[in-house]
Design a protein around this ligand. Structure first.
Ligand code: FRU
Length: 447
């Protein structure tokens, strides 16, 4: 089987389909990454489960198997997205049990059950029975049946839970609940922005640099040349009391959605997204090989002195650097992924991959453009406005590029499918330093 597009740095399923990261946490000396997993089909059909990876260091990832199958009436049509919270040496997982009733339904205003379900684990591998905590009748009456993706945190001795939702008047919003014991939940409030999409998925809320951020993945935003270019979007608002600041996108590339954050034991806030989106007009040729999609690299979130939210690949990645190389104006270079590139920016430049994908900057607009459809597979152009961009860092894995601009002020993620195992790199107007990255294949130790 041709495995040239198997990622070496990124979490991807052994077979089948992956979407959102779920239940991210550090527990009992290990990082845990669960994910939306359809083991039966690379196109996402069949059972929707939670797959499970563990890592000692955020670099080596072991697939330890399928943690949850849809096997109770309240999650029979999908163990949908959710999160983890560690309480008293127990991993507490909360997710949405999706149910589709048979009959004549639109599955928006009727026919869909959205249950908040809790599971506990003492060892991160074996799980308690599933306990249903909230059902459709427990949500505010203005909600449609699209309510899902619980994310939890603890604040001032109370537990908070945020859910993504769609109202009956097609307004995207989040619902916030509170609890003293993780079992009984009181509805606190709804937060929304009028006219900003019909559904908000996969919410998250956390404090960063003295500022509260609300992260959501809205569906139904207006697409423009420089904003919300993808079918569905993903970004964050600054929260001030009950009002929200401007929406800032997490990522301007073709493939990014449904991120979730968690805290590493050293206090770093780490974000992992799905390097994919639903309902896209482009494709991933790994489908014919039996799998589709991966997660992004873990990114550390920080706030700059001027208040900008920055995303950078976790610093552990630097441990994988081996051979150093350079790419300058005069010479192209063949390099085998995975590798990393770094360059200081002085005005306009272009970096070209195999004459198939170009990264360029004109002093105001950064552009990611595919010129060979065999490599882009339907991906065309993505733009991002950035003034005074000081530097660029690129992490290239076997079939993805992650581009961090100006110390992580703007990020673009994309899948790309090079024809050979090495890539011909050419640069104009920029001097690039590069490192081979000692990529580690994902270990499969469970099924
Ligand atoms: C986002 C999402 C979530 C849902 C899950 C189902 O990609 O639609 O809202 O829980 O995927 O797989």
């Amino acid at each position: 089987m041709c495995e040239k597009w198997r990622q070496k740095l990124h979490i991807e399923p052994p077979h089948g389909w992956l979407n959102d990261p779920n239940g991210l946490c550090w527990f009992n000396g290990k990082y845990h990454v669960f994910f939306q997993y359809s083991p039966d089909s690379a196109n996402g059909g069949g059972r929707k489960c939670w797959g499970h990876f563990e890592s000692p260091n955020l670099l080596r990832w072991d697939f330890v198997g399928t943690a949850f199958f849809p096997d109770i009436p309240e999650d029979r049509d999908g163990v949908y997205s959710g999160s983890a919270i560690i309480v008293n040496d127990t991993m507490e997982l909360f997710y949405t049990g999706n149910v589709k009733e048979s009959g004549d339904h639109d599955y928006i205003t009727s026919g869909r059950g959205a249950n908040v379900i809790r599971v506990s684990s003492k060892d991160g591998r074996s799980f308690s029975e599933k306990r249903v905590l909230l059902r459709n009748s427990d949500y505010p009456e203005y909600c449609s049946c699209h309510i899902r993706d619980p994310k939890l945190w603890e604040k001032n001795g109370k537990y908070c839970m945020i859910l993504g939702a769609r109202t009956l008047s097609d307004e995207g919003c989040v619902l916030i609940y509170e609890s003293d014991n993780l079992d009984e939940w009181r509805f606190e409030k709804k937060i929304s922005v009028p006219g900003f999409g019909y559904m908000w998925e996969c919410p998250d809320m956390f404090d960063m640099g003295g500022q509260r951020l609300l992260s959501v993945s809205p569906q139904g935003l207006t697409h423009t040349e420089y904003a919300n270019q993808n079918v569905y979007s993903s970004g964050y608002f600054r929260v001030n009391g009950d009002s929200l600041g401007d929406f800032e996108e997490w990522d301007y590339g073709f493939d990014f959605y449904a991120p979730q954050t968690f805290c590493a034991p050293d206090g770093r806030r780490i974000l992992i997204g799905w390097m994919g989106i639903g309902d896209i007009p482009y494709t991933n040729p790994t489908v014919t090989l039996g799998w589709q999609h991966c997660l992004t690299l873990p990114r550390e979130i920080t706030v700059s002195n001027d208040g900008a939210v920055l995303q950078n690949p976790i610093r552990e990645l630097e441990l994988l650097r081996s051979g150093e190389f350079t790419v300058s104006d005069s010479e192209c270079k063949r390099v085998a992924p995975p590798f990393e590139l770094y360059g200081e920016i002085n005005g306009s430049f272009e970096i070209n991959f195999d004459n198939s994908a170009a990264l360029s900057y004109d002093g105001k607009i950064f552009r990611l453009e595919f010129t060979n459809d065999n490599v882009g597979c339907g991906r065309t152009v993505r733009n991002c406005t950035i003034e005074k961009c000081g530097n660029i860092r690129v992490i290239a894995d076997m079939s993805s590029l992650e581009i961090y601009l100006d110390g992580g002020r703007k990020v673009l993620s994309t899948r790309f499918y090079p024809e050979n195992k090495s890539v011909n790199l050419c640069a104009r107007g920029i001097f690039l330093k590069g490192w081979n990255l000692n990529g580690m294949e994902v270990n499969i130790i469970g099924e």
